[in-house]
Design a binder for this molecule. Structure first.
Ligand code: EPZ
Length: 417
């Protein structure tokens, strides 16, 4: 198992380029299974989750190659609709294949996705939407089998604006007979990116980014070249890294409107944030003000930035409250920050954080991707050294994290145990 050894005390200064968005590229790669041609996806980050999605597509028979940040998928050769348990266990996002496989082959067989450390993460909303389109599901020894004579467009109201359910239903509807309307749809930028990719293949989708998405079924989907959007959560993570080290960092290849709630929060804390259409400059201040944060579906404050802000608020002035409304159990990083001296009390879905002057380096464990990132940020500002363990979580979602932090003057090394 590898760890990061992080030395605190350096201000991060300079500039880095943000990579492509993990949460855009995963549904888009799944969507390549809808066409029987060769799709080329650009600005794909080199991540563990992308490697797993490549493995999943290859296990179905597709021919997949990756050259730097470009992935080419020839899904003409797909001849299976079953995703193995071992692959399902590696990554929940494998569920994104349900929609495309039902749309193309009228069947899919997956093992029940496990929960993970941030909550049970059911897929009931995915199933409900796919059933509304005509799919029937049977369960048996941990497997879920979906079959559909024909997928027919339907009116679907999501009980919760689930990102994954919205994306799965969108993809299943692209080749359904007639029109599908998804109401209370998720509005994340990655949904718009998926719509743009699918429409580029010939789908007829309108409304992504709003809570009503209309999809008119088409017969065939062709293949295209497509560049995914930059990663708004990586952007936010480095903005917090600049703020927490009182640094001065310029981020290239960003879409500021995607991180508007993060910009607003940092400004509220007294951090200096300026941007133009594809760059953001963050200049820290010696003491940041504590603020309250409540995670909400987009365009609210993103849950994927909650752990990073808990680190920042741990060393801010005054008392702050973070309320996590999206996941049941996304405060595991609080225990680890407490080991570094943070003063955090958890009460149900809220974390009450009393800012302290300094965190102290020690051994901490990453429990998920964003918690791991939050602990690296804590190490950058803590006294002495911090060892962050289980960094395979971090490798799932951050491309070249240690190289980017080192380029900005941070002291971080990867060690294999
Ligand atoms: C996506 O997960 C992201 N992952 C997550 O990012 C992100 O945290 C999440 O959206 C919320 O923004 C990808 O896009 C690959 P949801 P997803 O369906 O689709 C409940 C990261 O760090 N729910 O919007 O799984 C669910 O349990 C990851 O990059 C149901 O109850 O999120 C959760 O409490 C972490 N039934 C809430 O909704 C369902 O059928 C939000 O889930 C589906 C979801």
């Amino acid at each position: 198992m590898s760890s990061f050894i992080v030395e605190g005390g350096n201000r991060l200064t300079g500039e880095i380029e943000i990579s492509g968005a993990k949460n855009a590229v995963l549904p888009i790669l799944a969507g390549t299974a809808l066409s029987s041609g060769e799709n080329s996806i650009q600005q794909v980050p080199k991540l563990r989750d992308v490697r797993v999605m490549k493995e999943v597509l290859e296990s179905l028979g597709a021919k997949v190659s990756q050259e730097d940040n470009v992935i080419t998928v020839n899904s003409r050769l797909i001849d299976s609709c079953e995703i193995s348990e071992s692959l399902m266990r590696k990554m929940r996002a494998t569920v994104f294949l349900m929609g495309p496989l039902l749309a193309r082959f009228n069947q899919v067989r997956i093992s029940q996705p496990g929960g993970c450390s941030i909550g049970p993460r059911p897929i009931d909303l995915h199933i409900k939407g796919l059933k509304a389109l005509g799919a029937e599901f049977t369960e048996g020894n941990g497997y879920l089998e979906g079959k559909a004579e024909e997928l027919v467009g339907a009116e679907i109201h999501l009980d919760f604006p689930s990102v994954g359910a919205t994306e799965n239903i969108m993809m299943a509807s692209t080749k359904a007979k007639g029109t599908t309307v998804i109401r209370n749809a998720a509005k994340e930028p990655e949904i718009i990116d998926l719509q743009n990719f699918l429409n580029g293949m010939g789908a007829k989708i309108r409304g992504a980014g709003t809570d009503v998405i209309k999809i008119k079924g088409v017969e065939e989907l062709n293949s295209i070249n497509y560049t995914v959007i930059p990663d708004r959560i990586e952007t936010g993570t480095f903005m917090v890294a600049a703020a927490v080290t009182n640094g001065d960092v310029l981020l290239q290849n960003v879409i500021p409107e995607h991180i508007e709630p993060i910009i607003a929060k940092l400004l509220e804390m007294g951090v200096d944030v300026k941007h133009n259409q594809d760059q953001i400059k963050v200049v820290g201040v010696p003491k940041i003000k504590g603020v309250d944060v409540k995670t909400l579906p987009y365009p609210g404050f993103p849950t994927d930035m909650q752990p990073q802000f808990m680190t920042l608020l741990s060393v801010a002035d005054g008392t702050s409250v973070i309320t996590e409304t999206i996941f049941e159990n996304r405060f595991k990083h609080a225990d680890e920050l407490r080991r570094m001296g943070a003063d955090i009390k958890i009460e149900s879905r809220s974390a009450i954080i009393k800012g302290i002057d300094n965190l102290s380096g020690t051994i901490v464990e990453a429990s998920d991707l964003r918690a791991g990132a939050a602990l690296v940020l804590a190490g950058l500002v803590a006294e002495d050294k911090t060892e962050v363990r289980n960094i395979y979580h971090i490798d799932r979602g951050y491309e070249d994290l240690e190289a980017k932090i080192s380029k900005l003057g941070g002291q971080i090394n990867r060690v294999s145990k």
